[in-house]
Design a binder for this molecule. Structure first.
Ligand SMILES: Nc1nc2c(ncn2[C@@H]2O[C@H](COP(=O)(O)OP(=O)(O)OP(=O)(O)O)[C@@H](O)[C@H]2O)c(=O)[nH]1
Length: 209
């Protein structure tokens, strides 16, 4: 890190996002932002907002909530930069959320097999109290027509791991067997457009050029 005076905070409970940052050599504190994602998604969908706008707005909400909870306690000399992120899954206009249980995961996989869905991954930076940077990347994934027997064995193998992910899969794990084709950046699939974020952190003197 170039500028130790800037405290980087990830406003997410996603261990996947934290791992992506740590593996890139980024030191950051991590505070989950308990926003009412389902309520906000329903509200914004009813307002006519599209899935991309909703992903960005959820990322902003998480960053703003953590800023109000954490940075407010910090002295004015301390400078905190907060990363907010969110990922939405859309398939032919329908929005999917993280499955609540393994039965729901099985139903979601049966619904998505043989079709192409899009993962929209949003990331924002909040500087002190203001959102100063927004980015959205997407990845397109086509699932093969896997059998019910495959789903049954996959869920036995993955179990709760697939409930942490919006698509009920970890592409880097057994979920890789679900796909016929994947197009898009790996980190975007995992929920954090890493290269655009690292570029912005360099521009803001958090990282060395
Ligand atoms: N390991 C892994 N995680 C994935 C994959 N695809 C999506 N995810 C995760 O699915 C989750 C998407 O749900 P979100 O609501 O954006 O994030 P979250 O996990 O609830 O965490 P918050 O930011 O606290 O809301 C994120 O944690 C992503 O990292 C994948 O292929 N592999």
């Amino acid at each position: 890190m170039k500028n130790d005076a800037i405290r980087l905070i990830l406003a997410s409970g996603s261990q996947t996002r934290l791992k992506l940052l740590k593996q890139s050599g980024i030191e950051c504190a991590c505070y989950p932002a308990s926003v009412d994602e389902d309520g906000l998604k329903s509200h914004w969908k009813a307002e006519g907002r599209n899935v991309r706008e909703v992903a960005l707005k959820l990322a902003e909400e998480k960053a703003c909530l953590v800023a109000s909870q954490r940075c407010a306690q910090m002295s004015s000399e301390e400078h905190c930069l907060i990363i907010g992120a969110d990922q939405m899954l859309e398939c032919e206009g329908a929005w999917f959320d993280k499955p609540l249980n393994l039965d729901a995961a099985g139903a979601q996989l049966r619904s998505l097999r043989g079709r192409t869905h899009v993962l929209h991954s949003a990331v924002v930076l909040l500087d002190r109290t203001e959102i100063v940077w927004r980015h959205l990347s997407h990845a397109t994934l086509t699932m093969r027509m896997f059998s019910d027997r495959f789903i049954e064995k996959y869920l036995q193998q993955e179990a709760e791991n697939c409930l942490q992910c919006v698509g009920a899969y970890r592409v880097e794990g057994p979920g890789g067997q679900l796909f016929e084709h994947v197009g898009g950046d790996y980190s975007t699939i995992l929920g954090l457009p890493l290269l655009p974020l690292l570029g912005e952190l360099r521009k803001r003197d958090v990282l060395e050029f």
